[in-house]
Design a protein around this ligand. Structure first.
Ligand code: FCB
Length: 468
């Protein structure tokens, strides 16, 4: 057995988001998820939308007690723009929402759980999508900054960690390339414009945070999935280089290295996808500084050089590669055979250490998806047996530990997620929680992984068999 101990004051907890947990009642506006589900419920697994989900709006007190019960010292959720703000054009807050978020955050703080608060988890207010095209519009970046300013002003004295965006590339992919987020457009140039405007909105929010002179920190959470190649051939390596440029460096370089990669501009220009930008806006982004980075990781990306001709009539990154399934890979049978590759954690950490100034970062999401059937029923001892998840978490944390020993500047781990929550068009198809949510009764039931995590969080270490 080997014991893996983590640095002092390491953050242990979970991540979730407002739209996936709160429920949609009492909001001044609908988000694009509320309205998309109302119009096209058939796009969502079993037709289930975000209206009820975990009902955190009403159950937050008992939920914070459940967090404490399994040893969390921190927790990330998000404020819904469509809940906090009563007038999107002025940033005026809604009194009831202010009361809710204040109570929710106070409850965490009183229980010794540090709230880490994100401002955007894919949830554009419907009215801004309809009126301006959401982040297609430069004006909406100003409105986002107004929302951010309201949030900082209201809660900035108690929130020490702010996050502007979770996975900013995902609304670009989902909404403008691959049709899994509203507005379901397929347009390479618009995708690049939205990507740029999200970075601009981020930079404006950060600027506003600095101007308020608050004592906390502000960062961004990126999903960084390394690209691995089929072979060492120059063609395959080039394919991985493009995938990395378009999916990782596109956000990582401007936000952490303070520069837009020239190669990215060249690729976008070649495909007539360069966004319309002003010099002032570019400078605002590159002069912006984050205090920390959050990293989400689930699966590796494996690529090979294209073998077939690119068939789409609009640009996507796949112009430069094809996805590849490693015949020797390990796969999660409970999640569309997604590949399991813990070593990616080490590779991500090393990349940040060597190429991104070893900026302080935390693992903001790592999760193992299982469906309800594979987790099985509640056992006689009242616990759901998801030991599969524990074994995989250990393997991923061994890699993180190895990276920290090699100098990675990592200050915490949040698993996705706390209570099984609603997952966009997949709805409740996949479960990730430390607690099971019974959809019919709203009851929360502990899983074995939750109990394992409690020991990990409280002791700041875990032991497992050495596989060497
Ligand atoms: C991540 C998202 C999160 C959740 C998990 C399963 O990409 O940040 O909202 O849906 O995937």
């Amino acid at each position: 057995m080997t014991t893996y101990s983590f640095p002092a004051n390491f953050l242990w907890g979970a991540a979730a988001s407002g739209p996936q947990t709160e429920g949609a009642d009492n909001k001044p506006y609908r988000s694009i998820w509320d309205s998309w589900h109302a119009h096209q419920p058939e796009r969502f697994f079993q037709g289930i939308g975000p209206e009820k989900v975990c009902e955190t709006l009403h159950k937050y007190k008992e939920d914070v007690a459940l967090m404490k019960k399994i040893g969390f010292n921190s927790f990330r959720t998000s404020i819904q723009w469509s809940r906090l703000i009563e007038d999107v054009e002025t940033g005026k807050p809604n009194a009831e929402a202010v009361r809710f978020y204040n109570d929710y955050f106070d409850e965490m703080i009183n229980q010794g759980i540090e709230p880490m608060i994100n401002l955007y988890h894919f949830d554009m207010p419907e009215v801004l999508q309809n009126r301006y095209g959401g982040f297609e519009s430069n004006h909406v970046t100003d409105l986002f900054a107004l929302f951010a300013k309201t949030a900082f002003t209201l809660f900035g004295h108690k929130i020490k960690y702010w996050i502007t965006f979770n996975e900013p590339i995902v609304p670009v992919e989902g909404g403008y390339l691959y049709d899994f987020h509203y507005p379901c457009k397929k347009d390479g140039k618009l995708a690049a414009q939205v990507g740029f405007n999200i970075m601009l909105a981020h930079a404006k929010a950060v600027k506003c945070y600095r101007e308020l002179n608050l004592s906390g920190e502000i960062g961004v959470v990126l999903n960084l999935t390394p690209s691995y190649t089929r072979s060492d051939s120059p063609e395959d390596k080039k394919a991985a280089w493009y995938a990395d440029l378009l999916f990782n460096r596109s956000f990582l370089d401007p936000l952490v290295k303070h520069q837009f990669p020239q190669e990215l501009c060249d690729v976008l220009a070649k495909h007539h996808c360069l966004p319309d930008v002003s010099h002032t806006d570019v400078t605002l982004i590159t002069e912006s500084r984050i205090d920390f980075l959050g990293v989400n990781y689930y699966v590796p990306r494996r690529v090979k050089a294209r073998e077939t001709e690119y068939a789409l009539d609009y640009f996507t990154p796949e112009f430069y590669f094809e996805n590849y399934i490693d015949p020797d890979g390990r796969f999660n049978p409970y999640r569309d055979n997604n590949e399991i590759f813990p070593q990616a954690i080490y590779d991500i950490a090393t990349n940040i250490r060597d190429n991104y100034g070893n900026i302080k970062w935390y693992l903001a999401e790592i999760g193992i998806a299982m469906d309800l059937e594979s987790e099985g029923p509640v056992q006689q001892d009242g616990i759901i047996d998801d030991s599969f998840r524990i074994e995989l978490m250990k393997e991923h944390l061994v890699q993180l530990h190895r990276a920290i020993t090699a100098g990675a500047n990592c200050f915490g781990v949040h698993q996705w997620t706390f209570i099984d929550n609603w997952s966009w068009i997949n709805s409740f198809k996949r479960r990730y929680g430390f607690y099971r949510l019974d959809l019919a009764t709203g009851q929360r039931q502990i899983k074995r992984n939750g109990l394992w995590f409690k020991t990990l969080a409280q002791s700041n270490q875990f032991s497992c068999e050495d596989d060497s």
